[in-house]
Design a protein. Sequence first.
Length: 633
Amino acid sequence: MRLLDFSICSILFYLIAFQTDLRAQEKARFAFLTDLHVSPGTASEAGLAAIVDDINRDSVDFVVVTGDITNTGSNAELESVHRLLSQLKPTYYILPGNHETNWSETAGKRYLELWKQDRFHFSYKKFYFIGFNTGPYMKMGDGHVKQEDLIWLDNTLKREVQPGQVVVSLAHYPLGDGLDNWYDVTNILKKYHTKLALCGHGHRLSIHNFDGITGIMGRSSLPKGTPGVGYNLIELSIDSVRITEKLSGQPGEKLHYAMDLSSNAALQKKINGLPASYNVNDSFAAFKPVYQYQDKSSVFTAAVPTGRDKIVFGCSDGTIKLLDRKKNKLIWKQQLPGSVYSTPVVYDEKIIIGSIDGKLHAFSLKDGKEQWVQSLAEPIISEVTVKNGLLYIGAGNGTMYCLSAQDGVIKWKFDGIQGQIQTRATISGNHLVVGAWDKFLYCLDAITGKLKWKWTNGSPQKLYSPGNVIPVIADSKVFIVAPDRYMTAIELETGKTLWRSNRHRVRESMGGNPANHSVYAKLMNDTIISVSTHADFIQTNWATHAGFGYEHNPCPITVSKGILYAGTKNGMIIALEEKTGKLLWKYKLGNSSINGIRPDIKGGIWVSLIEGSIAYFNYNHTSKSKTSRHGKN
């Protein structure tokens, strides 16, 4: 009997040990960092160093970082974060946030050099983690998951997730309002029974319902009004999660929430967002597009007409494509390194475009063969301005160039700028005016490249710079709108401020018609205005409530044949009568930012959206017109 008792005890011991080991195999404990906003030499850098030291004294399995690791995405900030995170003992996985993808001086190139990729996936015990970039991409707008990343997300989960694994999603933006295609993401995640979605962006530790998926928004390293530098700790099992807050250098953890993942209070909360509504199109069906195209990649440039029924555009996968609407096919495409942000320009049977590896290319319009290439050494995301056979373009972090359109030979360069040049320059006579993300607007001599004057709004905040607005020159004045919410008129010859006004809540979206002595701006809530260029103070000609809601897309306003066109962050094109501001029509094409609106020689307009959609409108067409569609390429 004693031998039997001993055997039973041994079996029970091994069963208990096995169950204990099984429970250990079903748990993960990891540090969750987000919204570090590091700048060298500041409290944010010291805070990250303290967090790294704290984690190294703990026993976490790994570390995840969900973006906004820097304040402005500068190389110095990225390198500081990389140096500090490299001191972590546990393995870490990292994603960019909007502060890395919106203001990067290298258009994301330095981030990829340091971390090799902007997405990740890995298995750990019974868990499968997958993280992806949510943008936005070198311009203000809602977050967006690129078309190719949606395909990757679906294919990776389908291929890699094993039966019984718990899927955990990671991104910078919450999977709701603020991420324009969140429902595309959650539809994929729910196919693979994702139980948890981690995000940042809001800076406060909180629980959410992302379309039926439990969401955790992490605290930032040092949110305002919160004592001490800190981070998040997650203890995850197959059916539950425990979230605690850890203050660096202090003992213990503060429990924030513990819940069952199968049925918990978070899922009783209101879902963070509603799918996009296209009801507005029913009211303006007569003005629907007559042609639409959908690419497999996202599109970050305007779709530029090259003649009758042909357009050229650049994609997030690095391709440049020439599309023939009538033939419903691509004529040719060329491959560049990295995403293409520089809108192409058509001149003298050439397509001229910049790339993020610092080269300006000229391709044959006919067959796409390269005619010449000029290395400018710095990433190019801006668009060329052409005048009198010369090309003017800003590159990287501070140089303005003038080149020959015939062969790309550099005529002059001005390197006295200290911030990224993102936008297109405006030229009037021999005055070239361009803004940069260094707080200044510059006026150069277009013939010699010499500085005439530079202007600042006086704010110490670089993110209030006139960095992504195309200046309008009319009546010997320069007009700009910027993130400081002011419209400003500046004397062209001297750079003297003539007037500044925040009567209207402007941002970066504007356009003008010097012949009509008017400039136009899209406000941040519902309204488009016309302002006189004659007056010595801000004089509003008209203001039209266009009903587009909250808005911060910098898409320039376009005027063609007496019609004013504006585009929103959620895919709506708006047409007004230029002289009166009367609303003519509006149409919702998709739910992502409109990149640009370009008229063609027939009076129609081409519109491109970040989601890879391109549409052609012909104002004379009615609802009887048949809309043709071109498949994915």
